[in-house]
Design a protein around this ligand. Structure first.
Ligand code: BGC
Length: 899
């Protein structure tokens, strides 16, 4: 077949990033996606060139690496195999491919990456800070919120600069400034890690920001996760409530300047820098920020500033951990929100509604007399009197204060705090604020742009938006449980249950790689993965079945979705220790509950035993371990875990599955878990599924499940053909359901099924202390929405062999969705036209798909109104009583079939 066009390469990435600066992976991995027209297109070979300069690359000279023509259809996870990469060096690369008929593509547009500082000997900087004294007020009854520290260094450049790079980090949080401007667009740097084990640094290309003559580099630093308040420690009065990793935040960094004449120079943080306090009087992630603009040292981060009043910095000890490049994606401003409404519930108290419940900060615009104090407080919902509800923030003070300098219009954004909110309460504002007084700045580590979803039910479309909003709000350096109260921890149960859903909505490959490093660092010495990671508290026994299993389930999904075996290798030893921990805790292959036993957290009306949860997740872990071992070529281990799975399955069935197919506990969650995890004896599974369907129906198509059951109910029902029932739950609007929250005006996913009701706003105060309106766990229905309603899944790892199996049902008129996989965008849409179903499908180049059409009559299936026999590229694989299965290559298809 002659193709209309040659293929071309798009979206070249290195280690999941576009043109990343400062990698420290010694053999980085390349990926791209393929674009072009026609059907059945694929790659048969590729070539990658890596050069030391753009010039060399443009002459097709791969002086660093030339892979040669490699016969392979891989477009991702292709490992660099050239000479050793060196510190502080930029590499330029491009690729070309050959298609299925050996037609050669053009070279891809040149891309690049740079290596960071790979050796300890490359680091010249000292950890420095400003000594603010140490006033440790009573740790439980009053807050200790020290001011931010300001550091500056003036330096001269008298020769022409060829290239300049800054490498910086902080124990605490930093904002880097150069010649009066913030460098980069990320916040909350250098990120959160177990600082005793590793500390991340960032790399900035500053070539274009330098000038001849005087230059000034500046840093503002604050406590952050290093020494500020973290989580619920204050609430439950732990031995420590802040300073989990150290007492004083400090900064370390250096600038590498390379001159045109071949010489170079390093300007590193040392005692020649200058240190001071400034306008930021308080800066804490969960408590908020206070900024006194009257104390601004205007021009401090730019040339021509007199720093005679600044002090020499204090030098702090070097941390014990490794110094590494941040592997994830960084917190950035993703969206600006204009208020949709301003109210004044009491004189002088203004409430700005930003339209949706997000994580971030508010930008304040104000004009007024010097010394005026404007206070911002944040809430997710309003009370019946129109004031913000803050009870559910618990001990998160979440208050920002700005004190005016009184010079024209003043615009301010805090740097080192964030809040979970839809409403901003403004008090102390001089005059009546207009709409531009407050702008919502949505902060997140991810862009939720990987999927689209629409259906004939408007409520479900809102639900999809709410899921994305809440994922964005909680993918904040780590996957947090919630962004508003004094928690914001990387809770592992929430993360594992939501993991696959997360992958549909956003490219979370790099973000989750970073979190898995946190999880591996946080693994307890006895093998359990803890309740959250990083794990700063000195509590020895914090683990729980279905939470600790994140250490298996998240890596598995990284493999399944992104074809990433490197992260499996990284995690493998720890995963084995965890499996051993479980084996030791088990009797006759049954792992009991244990640890904190959260169970099917926040379930309604039905309780599943902790032992059941423990046993079922152990079985699931064994199953996933077998697959992961296989992927790593560890055949013996794979066999070992397969046998373990079979043994667990047997023991599990004996204890929990009755002869009539019911579970001994007969809760929705028990069926959902056992069926989804394949723990049912083969001859009883259908009966178990029928019982689950019956139970749901008897319960009025409503849930009785919590964090664990909810995700698996519809996955299990659809697995056994009960799509109609899944749709009934999906479209349910009575409590408990997602529809209930949407009908009550929610813009986000709630922690509880009954977090709030419109008719009874006061009711929202009932369990206000433990009631978040931004908790993604129940958003785990996204997995079902894409795998079943839209019908996009992967058969192998990494969506090379795609499954298009939409749950076509008379319960919906249409469903339409798309997912951007690592191979490109997959879309699937179906709708009814009388008794005919139309399926519009597109799968990317270099992939194949099995398409499941719910008809037994294969010869009645049409593609664009023509019989399938007219298309050589469409194979009928199978046609049985329930469905016809086709195999297709890349391209767009429109199938129709009479039902
Ligand atoms: C968190 C949850 C978490 C749970 C454990 C809560 O405080 O917000 O999402 O998984 O604790 O029970």
């Amino acid at each position: 077949m002659i193709q209309e066009t040659v293929l071309y390469i798009g979206e070249p990435r290195v280690e999941y990033h576009e043109n990343p600066e400062g990698l420290d992976v010694l053999k980085p991995r390349f990926s791209w996606i393929l674009k072009g027209k026609g059907r059945n297109r694929s790659q048969s070979a590729y070539q990658i060139l890596v050069a030391s300069s753009n010039e060399k690359l443009s002459q097709n000279e791969g002086d660093i690496w030339d892979s040669g023509k490699v016969r392979s259809n891989s477009t991702n996870q292709i490992q660099y195999e050239g000479v050793s990469l060196t510190s502080n060096t930029r590499y330029y690369w491009k690729a070309k491919i050959w298609d299925e008929s050996n037609q050669e593509s053009e070279w891809s547009t040149p891309a690049h990456w740079s290596m960071g500082l790979l050796r300890f000997s490359n680091w010249k900087g000292l950890f420095i800070s400003h000594d603010v004294g140490y006033d440790k007020t009573d740790k439980y009854d009053s807050l200790y919120l020290p001011p931010a520290r300001y550091l500056r260094k003036s330096f001269m450049l008298n020769k022409k600069v060829k290239k300049a790079t800054a490498y910086v980090t902080a124990l605490g949080l930093y904002e880097l400034r150069l010649n009066g401007k913030k460098l980069g667009d990320a916040n909350f740097l250098p990120g959160w890690t177990d600082y005793n084990k590793r500390l991340y640094y960032q790399t900035f290309d500053i070539t274009d920001s330098l000038q001849q003559g005087e230059n000034v580099i500046g840093a503002v630093i604050a406590d952050g996760w290093y020494s500020g308040y973290i989580g619920y420690a204050l609430l439950v009065r732990l031995d420590k409530v802040r300073e989990f990793y150290g007492v004083n935040p400090s900064f370390m960094g250096q600038i590498h300047v390379e001159y045109e004449d071949g010489s170079s120079e390093i300007i590193a943080s040392d005692t020649t820098w200058k240190a001071n306090e400034g306008p930021t009087r308080e800066a804490d992630i969960i408590m908020g920020e206070t900024y006194d603009a009257r104390l601004e040292n205007s021009g401090w981060d730019a040339p021509n500033y007199n720093d005679k009043d600044w002090k020499a910095p204090k030098v702090y000890t070097y941390p014990n951990g490794k110094l590494e490049a941040h592997p994830g994606t960084l917190v950035k401003n993703r969206e600006r929100l204009k208020p949709t409404e301003i109210t004044e519930p009491s004189p002088g108290t203004y409430v700005f509604n930003l339209g949706k419940n997000v994580a971030g900060i508010a930008e304040l615009k104000v004009e007024g007399p010097k010394g005026t104090k404007v206070q911002l407080r944040f809430g997710e919902i309003l009370k019946s009197d129109g004031n913000i509800q803050t009870e559910n923030l618990r001990l998160a003070r979440a208050t920002d204060t700005y004190i005016l300098k009184g010079v024209g219009v003043e615009t301010w954004q805090p740097k080192f705090t964030y809040h979970g909110f839809q409403y901003v309460e403004v008090t102390g504002y001089p005059g009546k604020p207009t709409a531009d007084a407050i702008t919502g700045m949505v902060l997140s580590s991810i862009e939720t742009d990987a999927s689209t979803f629409s259906s004939s039910n408007a409520m479900n479309n809102t639900l999809f938006e709410n899921i994305r909003t809440t994922q964005s709000a909680n993918f904040f350096e780590v996957p947090t449980d919630c962004p508003q109260r004094d928690e914001r921890l990387g809770w592992t149960g929430d993360a594992q249950t939501y993991m696959r859903s997360a992958t549909y909505n956003a490219d979370v490959a790099a973000f989750m790689t970073k979190f898995l490093i946190d999880l591996d660092d946080a693994q307890r010495w006895y093998g359990a993965y803890p309740n959250f990671a990083p794990f700063p508290y000195s509590r020895p026994d914090q683990y729980s079945p279905a939470w600790m299993d994140a250490g298996i389930i998240i890596p598995y999904n990284m493999y399944k979705v992104y074809n990433d075996t490197r992260i499996l290798e990284y995690m493998y030893e720890g995963m084995e220790e965890f499996m051993q921990f479980q084996e030791d805790a088990s009797t006759d292959y049954l792992r009991p509950g244990g640890g904190n036993n959260w169970g099917d957290w926040l379930a309604v009306n039905e309780e599943t035993s902790h032992d059941f949860v423990g046993a079922s997740f152990y079985g699931y872990d064994a199953k996933l371990m077998a697959e992961m071992a296989e992927a790593l070529g560890k055949t013996e281990d794979a066999a070992k875990y397969r046998t373990l799975f079979e043994n667990i399955k047997k023991a599990f069935a004996e204890k929990y599955i009755l002869a009539d197919g019911r579970t001994s506990e007969d809760t929705q969650t028990t069926y959902a878990l056992a069926l989804y995890f394949d723990l049912y004896p083969d001859d009883l599974a259908e009966k178990g599924a029928a019982r689950l369907a019956e139970k749901i129906e008897r319960n009025g198509f409503k849930f009785a499940t919590g964090f664990l059951g909810t995700k698996h109910v519809m996955l299990a029902l659809s697995k056994y053909g009960y799509n109609d029932i899944s749709y009934k739950i999906f479209q349910q609007t009575e409590y408990p359901s997602w529809g209930y929250s949407v009908e009550n005006g929610s813009t986000s996913i709630w922690e509880r099924w009954n977090s709030y009701t419109k008719d009874d706003a006061e009711n929202s105060d009932l369990n206000a202390k433990m009631n978040s309106f931004s908790h993604y766990a129940f958003g785990s229905v996204a997995e079902w929405m894409f795998q079943h309603a839209v019908g996009i899944d992967t058969e192998d790892s990494g969506y090379r062999n795609i499954i298009i199996k939409p749950a076509i049902s008379k319960e919906m008129d249409f469903i339409k969705g798309s997912y951007k996989s690592i191979n490109g965008t997959i879309s699937s849409a179906w709708n009814w036209k009388g008794n005919k179903v139309i399926m519009n499908i597109e799968i990317p180049i270099n992939t194949r798909a099995k398409v499941y059409i719910p008809t037994s009559n294969a010869s009645g299936v049409m593609e664009n109104d023509k019989p399938l026999s007219k298309f050589a590229e469409i194979k009928v694989l199978e046609s049985n009583d329930n469905e016809t299965i086709l195999e297709i290559g890349s391209g767009k298809y429109s199938f129709s079939a009479k039902m």
